[in-house]
Design a protein around this ligand. Structure first.
Ligand code: ADP
Ligand code: MG
Length: 339
């Protein structure tokens, strides 16, 4: 007699996984750009149409994928980034779960063009997770992935997608953070032919911020830095006069990964003491380097939530660095008066 329990088909389990990782067009952008970053790209161009609902394309000049690896890369839990349990404790790459390509392909119409420095290059087309076609395709090293018809086969998810404006705002937000976390990479973002972001890629964080928030704002930011035995912090913060009505302009980048952490945001705000008006938040971009052993990124599928083993010490460092920097800034006008 046949039991009632059976294994899900690969495509169905990929679609279920997609439900966790791929919430909306911005999630596709995030995963594809993270892959481009992990592939050592120096230029990443993101082209979307209709806030990604029509099309999402990410073009990079990175390592590329060998032709025989292409079908493998689109399998769930297929990754080139980790191999052993030890690797999981010291993750250097943005990806490692091997879920993104399988998930995205299972809920869209996807084409990939990719070539490594010493392979001929390949083109492949997936629809709803099925490989429809693969052929030789001579191109320069790098990868271009194009996603159309997102959620065509998951109507419930499609319904959840909001207005173009909301979806575009989410895309811009995620690309902003990815670009900030990687000042050594030149990014562009275009929606319906309009250039929304362009960073220099010259490894200068302040110039990168200028490409994102504008030159005027970048010029007003103060450089901060601090370090202790575990952490090295560098970045930029605004004077207490330059604030926003949301916490959205607080960016914490740990080892090149943008993370969301309420406690660290609180430490930034505490650094301002009583200098901020109620309901106003500063602008801050803080890049923190630490031993990967001190951070667990395997907490949530999207990896934006992380666990830090020395969170309190890091909070103290952040608060102190900002407090000190703002204090010296206040000293300058007084000192000038005495001249
Ligand atoms: P993960 O990033 O967690 O490894 P993905 O499903 O996102 O999983 O990607 C699977 C694999 O495909 C990656 O490990 C990598 O080897 C390869 N890959 C994906 N995108 C690119 C890219 N833009 N350039 C080069 N290799 C890529
Ligand atoms: Mg990935």
């Amino acid at each position: 007699m046949m039991g009632k329990i059976h294994e899900l088909s690969e495509i169905l389990s990929n679609q279920i996984a997609a439900g966790e990782v791929i919430e909306r067009p911005a999630s596709v952008v995030k995963e594809l750009v993270e892959n481009a970053i992990d592939a050592n790209s120096t230029q990443v161009d993101i082209v979307v149409e209709q806030a990604g609902l029509q099309m999402i394309q990410v073009i990079d000049n990175g390592d590329g994928i060998e032709p025989e690896d292409v079908p493998v890369a689109f399998k769930r839990h297929a990754t080139s980034k980790i191999a052993t349990r030890q690797d999981l404790f010291k993750i250097q790459s943005l990806g490692f779960r091997g879920e993104a390509l399988a998930s995205i392909a299972s809920v869209s119409d996807l084409t990939i063009e990719t070539a490594t420095a010493d392979s001929l290059g390949t083109f492949a087309h997936f629809k709803g997770g099925l490989l429809e076609e693969q052929k030789t395709n001579p191109i320069r090293p790098g990868t271009a992935i194009t996603v159309r018809d997102l959620f065509f086969n998951t109507p419930a998810r499609l319904k959840y997608v909001k207005t173009f404006q909301t979806e575009l705002a989410n895309i811009v937000d995620i690309v902003n953070r990815l670009a900030m976390s990687h000042p050594q990479i030149a990014f562009t973002l275009t929606n319906d032919g309009h250039l929304l972001l362009k960073t220099a890629g010259n490894n200068d964080l302040k110039q990168t911020i200028a490409g994102i928030y504008g030159v005027t704002m970048a010029k007003k930011l103060l450089a901060v830095s601090a370090s202790d035995l575990d952490f090295k912090l560098t970045g930029y913060v605004s004077l207490p006069e330059l604030t926003r009505a949301t916490r959205n302009y607080l960016s914490i980048l740990i080892n090149g990964r943008f993370i969301k952490n309420y406690q660290l945001n609180k430490a930034i705000i505490k650094g301002y003491g009583s200098k901020l008006m109620v309901g106003r938040y500063p602008i801050a971009v803080l890049a923190i380097e630490m031993d990967p052993l001190l951070i667990d990124v395997n907490v949530h599928p999207t990896k934006q939530e992380v666990r830090l083993s020395k969170e309190t010490a890091l909070m103290t460092l952040i608060e102190g660095a900002i407090k000190e920097r703002l204090a010296t800034e206040n000293l300058i006008p007084d000192a000038m008066q005495n001249l």
